[in-house]
Write a new protein. Structure first.
Length: 71
């Protein structure tokens, strides 16, 4: 089973291929093949990035305000 990180790398490669002139669809005779479009790839990438961040920790820090109640 592929990990979220490995799928993210594949998505990045597919996005790069589309952005550098790769065909998103092509026809041979009467058959047409359509690959994923850029919008779908970007949304999938966003979801995978969230999952990867959760798995490895995003490195973000949350701050909270603490108050002291006087009696």
């Amino acid at each position: 089973m592929a990990t979220a990180a490995s799928l993210l790398a594949l998505i990045d490669s597919a996005i790069e291929a589309l952005l550098t002139g790769g065909a998103s669809s092509y026809s041979i005779g009467a058959r047409t093949v359509t690959k994923l479009d850029l919008g779908t790839l970007l949304e999938e990438r966003r979801q995978l990035q969230i999952q990867v961040n959760r798995e490895v920790g995003s490195g973000s820090v949350s701050l909270g305000k603490m108050t002291r109640h006087r009696r």
